[in-house]
Design a protein around this ligand. Structure first.
Ligand SMILES: Nc1ncnc2c1ncn2[C@@H]1O[C@H](COP(=O)(O)OP(=O)(O)OP(=O)(O)O)[C@@H](O)[C@H]1O
Ligand SMILES: [Mg+2]
Length: 244
């Protein structure tokens, strides 16, 4: 590996327990530049916690979490390097989408022109001045994605970004993530939508019970006898035939 160009994301032996129960247990994986990487796993597997550990939002018990070779907190101007969508619940209901993005632009150290650009990019220009409390789930999600794009980052980390998006929004998001990677950007995206991930991801990392149970390229995944990400996923998570 070239020392000059650190990987966008690296998890080395990450561990985290909540109330004495190990929830993230020796998680190791890396994300290569220019790739879209799908982070998959059942409810409660540890996807969100892994993402929060990578971004330094949760303290780790052991291991290392590196973003472009350094802990997230040591990044210079993080919003201009990493765009993050964690959950769309963080919008203040009485503030408009534009107000949210204007404040986020200040924090990110980017000009107000970026606010209009990202509003247009996520298709929210028309509704930008409505109070966020009146937004649908998908509209809140679009504003969260817009905020992640403000600093024109080279890495996107998205926790279930398709949550609540309508078909056109999902289509837009898939195109967006592919174009982002084609332009040299890198994406880590968690999702339960396996057909979407099959369409856009170059690599997948599968977590169950806080452990990485599979790390593969999409070509390897599709070489599975089922020929689908769903078949591969059911097999590696041991949930094939399970009725939920
Ligand atoms: N702050 C916390 N305190 C206690 N337990 C937690 C906390 N955060 C996460 N957990 C537990 O850690 C485990 C992993 O949770 P996490 O949210 O990372 O799963 P996930 O893979 O994102 O699931 P989902 O697909 O439902 O979003 C779960 O058992 C969860 O209850
Ligand atoms: Mg989650």
């Amino acid at each position: 590996m070239n020392e000059q160009t650190p990987l966008p994301l690296e998890a080395h032996g990450l561990r985290k327990a909540f109330r004495g129960r190990p929830r993230i247990d020796d998680v190791t994986f890396s994300v290569r530049p220019g790739r879209v990487v799908g982070l998959l796993g059942p409810n409660g597997a540890g996807k969100t916690t892994t993402i929060r550990l990578l971004l330094g939002l949760v303290s780790r018990d052991a291991g290392d979490a590196l973003v472009f070779g350094v802990p997230y907190r040591d990044l210079e101007r993080p919003p201009q390097q990493v765009g993050v969508v964690l959950d769309a619940g963080g919008l203040h209901p009485s503030r408009s989408g534009r107000q949210h993005l204007t404040m986020a632009a200040l924090r990110a150290g980017v000009g107000a022109d970026r606010v209009e650009a990202v509003l247009a990019e996520v298709g929210m220009s028309r509704d930008a001045d409505r109070r966020a409390g009146t937004y649908s789930l998908g509209m809140r999600q679009r504003i969260a994605i817009a905020a992640a794009l403000l600093g024109e980052p080279r890495l996107l980390v998205l926790d279930e970004p398709a949550n609540g998006l309508d078909p056109a929004g999902m289509h837009w998001l898939r195109q967006k993530l592919r174009a982002f990677a084609a332009a040299g950007g890198t994406v880590l995206v968690s999702s339960h939508l396996l057909s979407d991930i099959q369409e856009i991801a170059d690599d997948v990392v599968v977590i169950t019970d806080g452990r990485v149970v599979a790390e593969a390229t999409m070509a390897e995944v599709l070489a599975d006898p089922s020929g689908t990400l769903e078949g591969y996923y059911l097999e590696v998570t041991g949930t094939e035939g399970m009725v939920r």
